[in-house]
Design a protein around this ligand. Structure first.
Ligand SMILES: NC(=O)c1ccc[n+]([C@@H]2O[C@H](COP(=O)([O-])OP(=O)(O)OC[C@H]3O[C@@H](n4cnc5c(N)ncnc54)[C@H](OP(=O)(O)O)[C@@H]3O)[C@@H](O)[C@H]2O)c1
Length: 332
């Protein structure tokens, strides 16, 4: 099969397009012929050695995708040969070979049928970012649960994969959504996805502008994919007992951080790790996500699709800041 190989930790710019014998499914696994794969910043971090996992090389990246079942390993399987399925978060593309290949082996308990009415493209890129957004939104209750309706959610990097998913799920939960994006065009698109307030995170008066827009309320929960210099104004916007789900670091390290900004309003910060989902928890959360998107009449957002040979171009697009997901068409 043809695949993109990671031979070193020198970044996605050094990925090699090559050939290798196709894999075979073992017990509890299925073999997929990949149709559409999706790119995530985690792939680029892993390719630079900046990720907790350090798989043996050569490695094949790609955590998301959709494909046709072409073989089923020993044991009872929830899906059969010929069915088209998506992949929920698992070790695929992390510790074992991923979806930037014509074929991929996936645990049976991590595949799911394409929801009724969804295109293959909508399915391909949704699981990782929606499961991340789901954890970010629900992790403050035990057991995890959506925040109370009527609260205010602020989403940084709102145009990205996790950001768009957070905006859509936030709307499904009855939250007022404030979405931050540096691009005017993407802010307009976020409005059409249901964001109640959109702002440029680089605006000098960001804190006052958001406060005025949501007055007399304050922000209850932040889903933060950016960090960096944006963290300080984000904390300033939170009300008493406000929480920040820390997802990513697209904006780099936080230049200055005074812990006093946390204690008077009892602000809580908590990391999000999509890697924490068990297969069963991912299946349950995924069903809830699909039902919620159906209920609000929305679908996952696709930014662009590159051909299989254009994976490096796809990663460049991801680095520019997409509006939704960047996909790779592996097979027609
Ligand atoms: N913790 C977890 O389990 C987990 C899971 C998934 C992803 N992540 C991380 O979360 C982050 C976002 O992932 P994603 O898939 O949403 O990425 P993405 O699709 O690349 O989107 C990131 C968005 O952040 C904004 N952004 C990028 N650089 C920025 C900067 N320097 N300053 C301000 N805004 C910036 C961009 O929006 P605008 O251009 O519109 O401003 C961009 O669209 C990544 O760091 C990723 O590794 C973590």
């Amino acid at each position: 099969m043809r695949a993109w190989f990671m031979d070193s930790t020198e970044g996605v710019g050094t990925l090699r397009f090559g050939e290798v014998a196709g894999p075979q499914p073992g017990s509890g696994q299925v073999l997929l012929r990949v149709r559409v794969a999706a790119l995530n910043p985690a792939d680029a971090f892993l390719a630079q050695g900046l990720y907790p996992a350090h798989p043996p090389l050569p490695h094949i990246l790609g955590r998301d995708g959709v494909g046709d079942v072409v073989a089923v390993g020993p044991g009872p399987s929830p899906v059969g040969v010929g069915e088209t399925v998506g992949i929920l978060r698992c070790d695929v593309g992390v510790g074992v070979w991923g979806t930037l290949a014509e074929k991929v082996v996936v645990p049976m308990d991590s595949v799911t049928r394409v929801p009724r009415g969804w295109s293959l493209e909508e399915m391909a890129g949704a699981p990782l970012v929606f499961l991340t957004a789901w954890q970010a939104l629900t992790q403050w209750s035990d057991p995890p649960a959506p925040p109370p309706a009527g609260g205010v959610l602020l989403v940084t990097g709102a145009s990205g994969g996790v950001g768009v998913a957070s905006v859509q799920l936030g709307k499904s939960m009855g939250l007022t959504v404030v979405a931050l994006s540096r691009s005017e065009e993407k802010r307009a698109k976020l409005k059409t996805l249901g964001a109640d307030v959109v702002c440029d995170p680089l605006e000098r008066n960001l804190v006052n502008a958001v406060k005025a827009a949501i007055s007399p309320k304050r922000v209850d929960l932040v889903v933060d994919s950016v960090g960096g210099a944006l963290l300080t104004p984000v904390i300033a916007l939170l009300g008493y007992g406000g929480r920040i789900s820390v997802v990513g670091r697209s904006g780099g390290t936080v230049p200055e951080f005074n812990t006093a900004s946390l204690f008077f309003r009892r602000i809580r910060m908590g990391g999000v790790s999509v890697g924490d989902y068990s297969a069963q928890a991912a299946q349950e959360a995924w069903q809830e996500i699909v039902d919620r998107l159906d209920a609000i009449g929305q679908r996952p957002q696709v930014d662009s699709i590159v051909p299989f040979e254009g994976v490096r171009r796809g990663f460049m697009r991801l680095g520019e800041g997409p509006m939704g997901k960047v996909l790779v068409r592996v097979a027609g």
